[in-house]
Design a protein around this ligand. Structure first.
Ligand code: SF4
Ligand code: SF4
Length: 353
């Protein structure tokens, strides 16, 4: 059994029991932030199993009842009734719900305060409000501050968690009543300052949609410089894992890579037995071998790496996985590559046919 280390003989992959889980309510969002790890946007259409809420919550309660839980997306407030049901179910089953994430889009609605009150009454005690230049490309800094203060009023001083707090002074120093295009925002800083903001203040992770926007600030390297990387540790990580309504279980910062099809509906089994690697060739190469081995496999099927290089191993990995996802028009299925919406968005950036 492979528990996050390179082991060519491993037959199963066993992630460590999660100590922190985010429940994704869907990938649809009001925004299309340039840095979004899960590549969310408004155009996504999704259909979930009707009973996904109770299945996911029961699965967490059985497998890891003391895990710290948060709810995120996409934008959870897009389906207020579904969010209330999820919060109630989580509280009812004794989960430790820390916060619900939101981008604050609801501040432009007449019933914004009522929406917040309903979520508080369902049992939520804290909201994480996103604040960053990426989000202010869709919500003005004035509206972002209004959302911040409304959350404080409804949930109390301890009921707001701004992410990232280091950006808050910018909201105060630069009042605008319209969203600020990213290019205008970056225009206020030198390249060095932008690099520092991305890596030390905003904690940009160079994966997901971020790989298409930040290569002028983050240096590209040749693909072969990342070939040595083994990802067993990231994929087995117990920290900040995610589950989604399709039953995907996502670890680390590995968007689009599920550890077991529908495994989120039976986490106890996943954490005790793991999943068979023979049915998951990409997961097998990433955990038992290296990115270089995945590259050899993908190249054998026609993948061609970018000659311009990549800003991170996750950039190269996402390019190869997007190629494999669409290989032969989805005839070849890799159950570990999900959800579809992630690959449809990444396909545009990589220009995969
Ligand atoms: S980062 Fe958050 S607000 Fe932005 S597109 Fe992604 S899910 Fe939506
Ligand atoms: S290279 Fe791929 S598998 Fe490894 S950490 Fe990045 S996204 Fe995850």
């Amino acid at each position: 059994m492979n528990q996050g280390k390179s082991n060519p003989s491993a037959e199963n992959f066993l992630p460590t029991t999660a100590n922190s889980i985010g429940i994704i309510t869907g990938y649809r969002c009001t925004n299309r932030c340039a840095h979004c790890l899960y590549a969310c946007h408004p155009g996504i259409r999704e259909e979930f199993p009707a009973d996904w809420t109770s299945r996911v919550v029961s699965s967490i309660a059985e497998a890891t009842p003391h895990a710290a839980i948060h709810i995120g997306g996409g934008e959870p407030f897009l389906d207020l009734e579904g969010l209330k049901e999820l919060v109630r179910e989580a509280i009812c089953q004794g989960l430790h719900l820390e916060y619900v994430e939101t981008n604050g889009f609801w501040i432009r609605k007449k019933d914004a305060r009522k929406m917040l009150e309903e979520i508080r009454e369902a049992g939520c005690r804290c909201l994480l409000l996103s604040i960053s230049p990426f989000h202010n490309a869709f919500l003005s800094t004035d509206d972002n501050r209004k959302a911040y203060h409304m959350i404080q009023e409804v949930f109390g001083e301890g009921g707001i968690f701004a992410w990232h707090p280091a950006y808050y002074p910018f909201l105060e120093r630069h009042p605008t009543d319209r969203p600020i295009p990213l290019s205008n925002y970056w225009g206020k800083f030198s390249e060095d300052e932008i690099f520092r903001q991305l890596t030390q203040t905003i904690y940009l992770h160079p994966a997901g949609r971020a790989v298409f926007h930040f290569d002028k600030f983050l240096r590209r390297r040749l693909a072969k410089e990342f070939f040595h990387k083994n990802c067993g540790e990231e994929l087995a990580s117990p920290d900040h894992a995610h589950v989604d309504p399709f039953g995907n279980y996502l670890t680390g910062f590995c968007a689009g890579l599920t550890v077991g099809h529908q495994s989120a509906f039976d986490l106890k089994q996943l954490f005790t037995e793991g999943i068979p690697l023979k049915n998951h060739p990409i997961l097998s190469l990433l955990t038992n071998a290296t990115l270089g081995d995945l590259h050899e496999y993908a190249s054998g099927l026609g993948f061609r790496k970018s000659q311009a290089g990549y800003i991170s191993p996750c950039h190269l990995c996402a390019h190869m996985r997007t190629f494999l996802f669409f290989l032969n028009g989805k005839e070849i299925k890799y159950p570990e590559l999900a959800p579809t919406a992630f690959y449809e968005e990444m396909r545009k950036g990589f220009a995969v046919e």
